[in-house]
Design a protein around this ligand. Structure first.
Ligand code: DC
Length: 296
């Protein structure tokens, strides 16, 4: 609560700092306020990120696009950014995975629109956070099917509205949304406030995916070798980058973040500095525009 207030009302910073001081110093408060508030009260001043609200449009939601190839670290980064900024998070790859899984379960061919269309109709009617978080979506055969259904223009069209509506009106009445995928900055939200394109060498991505597979599904890790995972990734990269509709590519105005030699925290730190610099300059621009006397 204090965090949101702090972030959105820079003018009330003094009162807020006083409250934080009291929360930290006066022991008796510990018994009176919920624990969550105490945790937020430890929020450091250096963490402050201004909100880039367009002057006069207090309802505008901030959108952060995180695109990149499989296992580049974009999912981890996007999730951490959303947590850090208090925004809603959407893993758009899970939408394609859900369609891919439903197609496989119906015995259909994920390359054929004819076979995929019933699955798309069912999935678009039943998109829930629980469905998108299902562990079954993480299986390698589902990733392969997802990449195939994602190359069908009708599938992309059917999933477009859900993604745009999520960005414009994120659940939970929060200030913004972080979406990760392949075409967020280029097609879904071309006007996103900040865009990242996350990359890493294909060998490093294969290593990460192999480790993830071993820890989440030991039997799959034993069956698939790291070189098989590398071959799968290369094949999927090629299909995702060469398809005619919305291929994986960096938007011209995206910040390219190479995570080959970075851990998750370092990638997050870099992304936060990019966001802070961008929002600060916009806040200053807005303030300067508001200060300007009206032109005759
Ligand atoms: O990010 P992921 O590995 O969960 O994505 C699964 C597949 O879905 C991937 O091969 C590409 C496709 N995809 C897409 O085409 N567009 C998106 N916005 C997200 C994923």
């Amino acid at each position: 609560m204090v965090f949101l207030w702090y972030d959105s009302r820079a003018g009330c910073r003094f009162i807020n700092d006083m409250l934080i001081f009291l929360f930290k110093r006066i022991n008796i408060f510990r018994h009176l306020v919920p624990k969550g508030i105490f945790m937020q009260a430890n929020f450091r001043k250096t963490d402050f990120i201004p909100q880039p609200k367009a002057a006069g449009d207090a309802n505008k939601k901030t959108v952060i696009a995180v695109d990149g190839p499989a296992a580049s670290g974009k999912g981890t980064l996007a999730r951490k950014l959303a947590e850090r900024l208090g925004y809603a998070y959407l893993d758009t790859g899970a939408l394609y995975r859900a369609v891919g899984l439903a197609t496989l379960e119906s015995g259909g061919n994920p390359d054929s629109w004819q076979d995929v269309q019933t699955a798309v109709a069912i999935i678009t009617r039943n998109l829930t956070p629980e469905l998108l978080a299902s562990p079954a979506l993480r299986m390698p055969e589902v990733a392969e099917a997802a990449s195939k259904v994602a190359a069908i223009p009708e599938v992309r069209q059917a999933l477009l509205d859900y993604q745009r509506a999520f960005a414009a009106n994120p659940p939970g009445n929060v200030g913004g949304a972080v979406l990760d995928g392949r075409d967020i900055g280029t097609v879904i939200c071309p006007n996103a406030d900040v865009k990242f394109f996350v990359t890493a060498s294909v060998e490093e991505r294969a290593r990460r995916r192999f480790e993830e597979l071993k820890s989440t599904s030991p039997d799959k890790g034993a069956i698939l070798s790291q070189s098989q995972v590398l071959a799968d990734l290369k094949r999927r990269d090629e299909r995702d980058q060469s398809r005619a509709t919305a291929p994986t590519k960096s938007a011209a105005d995206a910040y390219v973040l190479d995570t080959t030699a970075l851990n998750a925290q370092q990638a997050l730190d870099q992304a936060i500095s990019v966001i802070r610099a961008k929002f600060l300059s916009e806040t200053n621009d807005n303030a300067a525009a508001l200060r300007k006397p009206p032109q005759p």
